[in-house]
Design a protein around this ligand. Structure first.
Ligand code: ZN
Length: 382
């Protein structure tokens, strides 16, 4: 199986609009990749240990080198080969925030976004509380400026946050009076075991989730709750206008579905209490311990899902080009989708058929009228 579609092949072009700072960061990363400053390493799948993968993409939304594959053994979508830890450390230090957010400093906007996530997360997890919130000690790993734990604190929980971004921690401490400290779970000394540990949009960045989850099992209070939020591959229609390419960004080493996240947690000794395709999952240590839970291979179903998503995305892109009157560009898109030469009206006719199947009868009729106009003069798209 090849890439999802030709636009996933590496051409170095950004698929999203970049501001001046972002464009500068992209060039800087490209140079470091070309010169071998950033080193890529191939890894076995961290869930099933397979070394057999099928390719999906060669670049991310910024046009950066970014090989994304599906594991044949379990279906986990992952970046592989991916940058090693030293390279990622430098990337987070030098480029990540500037590339991702287009600014180097924390903003009130990013805090408000975290706070909203905290609110939704609290209401998902509170139903598993067996004591009043005031009895709960909540730790967030990768807390940024602490918007998520702020909401938990307002509900009565005792909270703490850790992160590597000093500027963000300072923002949360000074502006919101939160207990936020620099560090990771590996170097954290706690006087009290957390009843809840939160990873909100963090797990997809972690290079060794197996080691991380071992630390979680070590720190978490007996019967404690682990809340993980990651961008959901099956949620792409709602979050990225149905464009999987826009979801891909070079900081992410894993691209989860609820099933692949559950697989990862399962082989590391956690069972799922609740979850959705956002993805938001609530887990607790499994009674059987590590390796007690079997995994479900979703390789075929996730590929089928992504293929269907990509066809639909391309069809809508083609439709938009036709509406603009850009017929040759539309013909190229249909040709890529159907494998039929762009000069042939069959590429358009297949497109009309696909629209009809999507329930877009009016668009299909319009396209058929256009086909007649476009081919009327010379027999080729004008
Ligand atoms: Zn696997």
């Amino acid at each position: 199986m090849g890439l999802l579609s030709p636009r996933y092949a590496r051409n170095g072009e950004a698929h999203v609009k970049l501001n001046g700072l972002q464009a500068q960061m992209k060039r800087q990363i490209d140079r470091k990749v070309e010169k071998g400053v950033y080193i890529f390493e191939a890894i076995p799948c961290p869930v099933c240990q397979s070394i057999e993968f099928d390719p999906l993409a060669e670049q991310d939304r910024y046009g950066l080198h970014f090989p994304v594959v599906i594991c044949r053994g379990c279906g986990l979508v992952q970046t592989n080969p991916r940058m090693n830890q030293t390279s990622y450390d430098e990337f987070y230090n030098a480029e990540y925030r500037r590339l991702y957010e287009g600014s180097a400093a924390p903003t009130d906007g990013s805090f408000a976004l975290q706070y909203e996530r905290g609110k939704q997360l609290f209401h998902s997890v509170v139903r598993y509380f067996t004591r009043p919130p005031a009895d709960y000690f909540v730790l967030e790993v990768g807390c940024g400026s602490g918007g998520v734990v702020k909401y938990f604190q307002e509900q009565g929980c005792r909270v703490k946050g850790i992160d590597l971004g000093e500027e963000y921690l300072l923002h949360g401490r000074q502006k919101h009076g939160l207990d936020l400290t620099p560090g990771t779970l590996a170097d954290l000394a706690l006087e009290e075991a957390p009843d809840v540990i939160i990873y909100s949009h963090v797990m997809e960045h972690i290079l060794d989730p197996t080691a991380e989850l071992a630390l979680v099992r070590h720190h978490l209070a007996p019967g404690g709750l682990l809340c993980i939020e990651v961008p959901g591959v099956r949620f792409v229609q709602h979050a990225y206008d149905g464009d999987f390419l826009r979801m891909l960004q070079n900081a992410h080493t894993f691209h989860f579905t609820l099933q692949s996240l559950t697989n990862l947690l399962g082989v590391n000794g956690f069972m799922r209490l609740a979850g959705d395709e956002l993805v938001r999952g609530i887990f607790t240590p499994a009674p059987g311990g590590k390796g007690g839970l079997g995994l479900v291979n979703e390789a075929a179903s996730i590929r089928a899902f992504l293929d269907a998503l990509e066809s639909e995305y391309m069809l809508l892109a083609g439709l938009a080009r036709m509406r603009e009157g850009a017929f040759p560009q539309a013909a190229m898109i249909f040709s890529q989708l159907t494998g039929i030469a762009p000069e042939s009206s069959y590429a358009y006719r297949c497109f009309a058929l696909a629209l009809r199947r999507m329930g877009r009868e009016k668009d299909a009729v319009r396209i058929e009228e256009m086909i007649d106009q476009v081919y009327a003069v010379s027999g080729r798209p004008q």
